[in-house]
Design a protein around this ligand. Structure first.
Ligand code: SF4
Length: 305
């Protein structure tokens, strides 16, 4: 597997990334078992990163179980892949949990009276981040990587303590300092603690690891999809969303129907009714690159209802 020279030169990583990740998982296994006798809760979509994470967990030999959030808007091929993998994990003796959403994406949009936008991602909170009783007090392990976005580069790290304040930032720290390890182990025991063993991995680390260990990944990556997740996610680039809507037109049709419902549900004097004559016009605006700039200008109109 390739080494990340830039991190090695900076003294960040002493060994190959997989060796470091396994070391981290084994180091905290005792604390994880203390928090929950089932061990680590591996949060997985079965996309490329969480597939690698699961493989590292099994290789590390640490106790863990798998949890998957059903979003209802994941690509069908990824859903089938996830189901097959969960069957395999279950056959190997691991606990697996599929957590069903409370409201579908379409119900959420009608409830919020808008389609989700970068500045207003109400769907993540409900579909992906809702506290699940299945997880309990377990340490969460995620496939989060700093190189995925500038936001993640700044705000995520190998060790995280989730803030108990509604709007406060999480406490984040790398696994490279004994004082920080002690804080993570002993302080904030009531807060949710998360471990992200892939925090410093790059895309090429993920692919070279998968190749080296013969780890099967979802076939959609062979069709040119670089990232798999919710179809139509407003956080994705426009070209990627268009590619998704071409590939899964039924999801586009459902977004269009929802856009029309949102318009229909508005009072006649609402900004939406004056700006958009149809769900199609609203959908096109939502897909347009300028959507986010305009959203910022109009956010008060849209949210204060
Ligand atoms: S569509 Fe995007 S913002 Fe919404 S739940 Fe999915 S990942 Fe989160």
């Amino acid at each position: 597997m390739d080494y990340q020279l830039e991190w090695n030169e900076a003294g960040r990583t002493k060994n190959a990334p997989d060796v470091e990740a396994i070391k981290l998982l084994q180091f905290y296994e005792g604390a994880a078992l203390h928090a929950d006798p089932r061990g680590y809760c591996v949060c997985t979509s079965e996309g490329k990163d969480s597939r690698v994470l699961g493989h590292l967990m099994r290789r590390a030999g640490v106790k863990h179980f798998y949890m998957h959030n059903i979003t209802g808007i994941d690509p069908p091929e990824l859903v089938y892949f996830q189901r097959a993998n969960f069957q395999t994990y279950s056959d190997l003796g691991y606990l697996t949990y599929d957590v069903m959403y409370q409201y579908s994406m379409w119900a959420l949009c009608r409830k919020k009276r808008m389609l989700p936008m970068r500045q207003r991602r109400f769907c993540c909170e409900s579909l992906k981040e809702r506290p699940a009783p299945e997880c309990g007090k377990a340490f969460k392990c995620m496939g989060v990587r700093k190189f995925e976005s500038s936001n993640r580069m700044k705000k995520r790290d190998e060790l995280e303590i989730a803030s108990d304040k509604k709007r406060g930032d999480n406490i984040i720290m790398p696994f490279d300092n004994s004082e920080k390890r002690r804080i993570f182990e002993t302080c904030y025991q009531d807060n949710q603690r998360r471990i992200n063993p892939l925090a410093y991995w790059t895309d090429s680390d993920i692919w070279s690891y998968s190749k080296d260990v013969g780890l099967e990944q979802c076939g959609l990556y062979n069709e040119g999809f670089e990232r798999l997740g919710c179809i139509g996610c407003p956080m994705a680039r426009r070209a990627g969303r268009e590619q998704e809507f071409r590939r899964w037109p039924k999801f586009k049709a459902q977004y269009l129907r929802t856009a029309q419902h949102i318009i229909d549900d508005k009072p006649d004097n609402h900004y939406f009714k004056q700006k958009f004559r149809s769900g199609q016009e609203y959908f096109d605006w939502w897909m347009h690159d300028r959507t986010q700039e305009e959203a910022n200008n109009y956010q008060m109109d849209m949210w204060e209802e």
